[in-house]
Design a protein around this ligand. Structure first.
Ligand code: HEM
Length: 506
């Protein structure tokens, strides 16, 4: 009777239903038998359930996975999808991928297809000859004496005449505010000035909403979504213009409109004024509007969120490590005593060794570009012994790298700027090799690293000189899963103005 019933049940089902039932049965069986081994792939679904279940704490989960597997692990996506990848935080592997055998590990088509709607064919999103050409151009323009001088002057101006006054007015209001929002506005204005030659003044006392900034956040979030779902799924959403893909399309409309307006203005005055901003420099060597659009967007994305987010993590870490803040203030006091100026100039930044170390330490624990991606051209063996085949995706996990005891020692989770300073009080910055990849490494090292350090150090120095920043009690800070790691709930603080020049007279 029983076998008759089961035969009847099976014969009345069609094959797709039988397959689905089997999948559900094996999945439930797997869930029950493997619930204490959360890294084991599920039948058919691979590790997608774990990924989706941990997406809100993606960085910590991926760190846990890498710790469990000794620094390199394989992620198995659902059957019949191309979601398999190798994840690593092993510095031997990153050195090999990013430098030793660089040509075998381009960003790859997968990466470029995820980012192309936003980044076009810009420097971030290109490989081979196109990248080499753009990189040569970027190196010579960004590192030119004229641009560096322009950058330094405008950063100093924006900090003194926009950032400090806005913070003063917020301090006088005695109410709490989102420091991350203020810092992102600062880096947005400062990056726009570097790229387009003029500020968009998002950092005004009213802190009015900036559609471009919202569009950028939406775009980044939608792109992150593309990472965690099968390709066919986001392609379908894009085709139907729904969900996160609709969000991306709307965001792109705002971003493209903003950039094309800026470009039009630039083209109008081209020839009349030789601006020192990046776009003027690029426009003097190219007329191709698509190329100029892509270049502007790539630099905007690179500059706006990264430095602003890094500064936010820096102030949060200081609030939890008052001893570090004290040491930075002591360094400032000595510089001011020496210069007798009562405020900082850009040239003082080179003397701020401990501040520099604190920013590196911030980026070690909270690298604002938390992961990098590479493809594979020819079969190869990574130094860890992992075999990689053409088409494999490699994710190098910069966030996890800063949290491995075997890389940074037992105190790896502590915020200790001292680890960046040698016995003679000099920065040990260059010696950290491929275990500190906040600015990437090898030929694709961040082009804007020096510019970002000037922006961050100058803003941090002036804020610490003028204000006491207290994080609101009970405010919960956690990283937002996105391409650039900002804080999910912002950074709610109260600011108090310090009595003028109190530090010099100490
Ligand atoms: C705290 C600030 C910053 C951090 C942590 C940072 C980090 C990075 C990282 C990790 C990469 C490699 C990304 C990849 O290959 O996928 C990168 C590339 C790049 N960054 Fe930055 N960046 C910062 C600020 C800036 C600024 C201010 C600019 C200029 C406006 C800039 C311009 C670029 C460019 C153009 C690239 C592409 C380089 C290439 O592919 O050859 N970055 N950056």
């Amino acid at each position: 009777m029983e076998s008759f019933l089961s035969f009847w049940c099976l014969s009345s089902l069609r094959w797709p239903e039988i397959c689905l039932s089997l999948m559900i049965f094996f999945s439930i069986h797997h869930f029950i038998s493997q619930r204490n081994k959360p890294t084991k792939p599920w039948p058919f679904l691979g590790m997608l359930p774990q990924l989706l279940g941990n997406v809100h704490r993606l960085y910590d989960w991926s760190t846990y996975m890498l710790k469990t597997y000794g620094g390199t692990s394989t992620f198995h996506g659902p059957s019949l999808t191309n979601m398999n990848f190798i994840s690593t935080c092993d510095p031997r592997n990153t050195e090999y991928i990013l430098k030793v055998n660089f040509d075998n590990f381009p960003k790859g088509d997968e990466f470029c297809s995820i980012f192309s709607d936003l980044m076009g064919n810009g420097i971030f999103n290109s490989d081979s000859e196109s990248w080499k050409k753009q990189r040569r151009m970027a190196n010579s323009l960004v590192h030119s004496k004229a641009f560096r001088g322009f950058m330094a002057r405008t950063t100093q101006h924006i900090v003194r005449h926009q950032l400090v006054p806005v913070l003063s007015s917020l301090a006088r209001s005695s109410s709490s505010f989102d420091m991350q929002d203020v810092l992102l506005r600062f880096t947005f204005d400062s990056t726009c000035t570097a790229i387009f030659g003029e500020s968009v003044n998002s950092l005004s006392k009213e802190l009015a909403s900036v559609p471009f900034a919202k569009a950028m956040n939406d775009a980044m979030e939608s792109i992150m979504y593309r990472y965690v779902v099968p390709k066919s799924w986001w392609h379908l959403l894009r085709l139907l213009n729904i969900g996160k893909e609709r969000q991306l399309a709307n965001a792109l409309a705002v971003i493209n409109n903003f950039v094309s307006q800026q470009l039009k203005m630039k083209m109008k005055i081209k020839g009349c004024s030789a601006g020192m901003d990046l776009l003027s420099a690029y426009a003097s060597v190219s007329d191709d509007e698509d190329f100029l659009r892509d270049t502007a967007v790539n630099f905007l994305v690179a500059g706006r969120d990264t430095s602003g987010a890094a500064l936010s993590w820096f102030f949060w870490l200081l609030s939890r490590n008052p001893d570090v803040e004290k040491k930075i203030l002591e360094e400032q006091r000595m510089i001011l005593a020496e210069t007798q100026r009562g405020r900082f100039d850009i040239e003082d930044l080179s003397k701020m060794v401990y501040l520099h170390a604190s920013i590196c330490e911030t980026l070690r624990l909270y690298p604002v570009v938390p992961m990098g991606q590479k493809g594979v051209v020819k079969e190869d063996v990574l130094p860890s012994g992992t075999v990689v085949k053409p088409g494999t995706i490699i994710l190098y996990n910069i966030y996890a790298m800063g949290r491995m005891e075997w890389i940074w020692g037992k105190d790896c989770l502590e915020f200790k700027p001292e680890r960046w300073v040698d016995d003679q009080g000099r920065l040990r910055y260059e010696n950290s090799g491929f275990r500190f990849l906040a600015f990437n490494g090898g030929p694709r090292t961040c082009v804007g690293k020096d510019m970002a350090l000037v922006q961050m150090k100058y803003a941090a120095a002036e804020i610490l000189l003028n204000f006491e920043i207290d994080v609101v009690e009970g405010h919960h800070v956690s990283p937002k899963p996105s391409v650039i790691m900002t804080m999910k709930n912002g950074l709610m603080v109260k600011a108090k103005e310090k009595p003028k020049r109190c530090m010099v007279s100490k």
